[in-house]
Design a protein around this ligand. Structure first.
Ligand SMILES: Cc1cc2nc3c(=O)[nH]c(=O)nc-3n(C[C@H](O)[C@H](O)[C@H](O)COP(=O)(O)OP(=O)(O)OC[C@H]3O[C@@H](n4cnc5c(N)ncnc54)[C@H](O)[C@@H]3O)c2cc1C
Length: 378
């Protein structure tokens, strides 16, 4: 089979789907190549945290824009994309990030222990720094992925891209049974990105790891369930994150650590993933009496991190090939999709996204911010 279109997007995770959607709304013909089920790579699972808080003020500003776009998009497709339940962060880092949030116009506030118990009654008694961001919330990942997939059905080629190469001013994409001819190719293939990019002459310094997240049932119904980041150590573990199921019946929770993998995906000690799952159960036991500590669902995922930080992200472009990589991309997906679409149409990567800008690097300006406290997945 052969296909021809203005733009090929490789990977139907949240980034590829949103990029393809934005380009097709601008009138470009788009082909989306996906080797598996759309949205079941790093974008898998019931929910993600939307938070404004980051160490890099540029990411806070981009989150403000992304939140607005998620809202507009909820109206557009008629489903809630991000809950209105807010984002709760515990620990000193949360307090130190507060002035950065206020500088960006985010209406976050410090909470005392009683107020913490009020916004998250599932939590055990807590004493310490706490910040609540009412504009944060849980992203309803499945609703978003399925709405996008429905809109792009006619553009999807359900096959693995084996290779892409330049051809004149454009590029050719080859899958087991398809030859695609495209003006531009956007690689957003998650764990497959670095290899495809390398074949096209672009080196992307992705570090590969594996992660586990466990979901637990809420014991009694709640009418608000904010996301949680706990860097306090008050309950033992640090770097814990949790996001709510859309119906608030469950909480997907993990420790921010992941297990390092080699470039080819080999993991030396796979049993460490089991240890991280057990630690998630242990945290629920000690910190969240409002949850049933029996695991309800489990998600194992690859994570792709750039060397300058766990929130790092960047876009590369060489001729007709555009590549995106990073971690914790879900919340920013609308603005990343917009930046990728702009790269395709203008031929230039928007300033903050060029690799030399190290977008998402932990700031050195804000002394005392402990990047490791919130290392990772949120
Ligand atoms: C458990 C977990 C929790 C997280 N929590 C948060 C959070 O709370 N907030 C947040 O903002 N972010 C979070 N993240 C990160 C976020 O989910 C990811 O950064 C985001 O989903 C990445 O999306 P993507 O589209 O780039 O990649 P993916 O979703 O991995 O999509 C890439 C797609 O490319 C396809 N593909 C790969 N190779 C090929 C090929 N050769 N040919 C065709 N198709 C190919 C794959 O099958 C896949 O579907 C979390 C990640 C994990 C794993």
């Amino acid at each position: 089979m052969s296909v021809t279109s203005d733009v090929a997007v490789i990977g139907a995770g949240i980034i590829g789907l949103l990029t393809a959607y934005q380009l097709s709304r601008q009138g470009h013909s788009v082909t989306v190549y996906e080797t598996g089920r759309p949205g079941y790579g790093q974008s898998a699972g019931q929910s993600r945290i939307f938070r404004h808080a980051h160490d890099d003020p540029r990411l806070i500003r981009l989150a403000v824009r992304a939140r607005e776009q998620w809202r507009e998009w909820s109206d557009d497709i008629g489903v809630t994309t991000v809950s209105d339940d807010g984002a709760l962060a515990l620990g000193d880092t949360a307090g130190r990030r507060l002035p950065l949030l206020r500088d960006a116009g985010v209406a976050a506030e410090s909470l005392d222990s009683d107020a913490v118990a009020d916004v998250l009654p599932l939590l055990g008694a807590y004493e310490g720094a706490a910040v609540f961001d009412p504009g944060g919330g849980s992203i309803h990942t499945r609703a978003v992925i399925s709405a996008l997939t429905d809109r792009l059905t006619d553009s999807l080629v359900g096959e693995q891209v084996i290779v892409l190469h330049r051809d004149g001013d454009g590029a050719v994409v080859r899958t087991p049974t398809t030859r695609g001819s495209h003006g531009t190719v956007v690689i957003c293939a998650g764990r497959g990105t670095a290899a495809l990019a390398r074949g096209a002459g672009i080196t992307v310094p992705v570090l590969l790891g594996a992660h586990v997240r466990v979901s637990f049932s809420v014991r009694d119904g709640v009418n608000r369930l904010p996301t949680l980041q706990d860097g306090s150590g008050h309950f033992g573990a640090t770097g814990v994150y949790a996001a709510a199921y859309p119906d608030r019946s469950g909480y997907g929770l993990g420790l921010s650590e992941h297990v390092d993998a080699h470039d080819d995906g080999a993991i030396d000690d796979g049993s460490r993933l089991g240890g991280l799952a057990d630690a998630a159960v242990g945290y629920v036991d000690s910190a969240l009496p409002g949850l049933d500590p029996t695991p309800r669902e489990i998600v194992h995922c690859w994570v792709t991190t750039l060397p300058w930080g766990d929130d790092g992200m960047a876009i590369w472009r060489e001729g007709p090939v555009v590549v995106v990589a990073g971690h914790n991309l879900f919340k920013h997906a609308p603005v990343i999709g917009e930046a990728l679409a702009q790269t395709v149409t203008s031929g230039a990567v928007p300033y903050d996204f060029t690799p030399d800008q190290r977008l998402g690097a932990a700031s050195t300006e804000h002394a005392g911010v402990n990047a490791n406290e919130y290392r990772s997945i949120t």
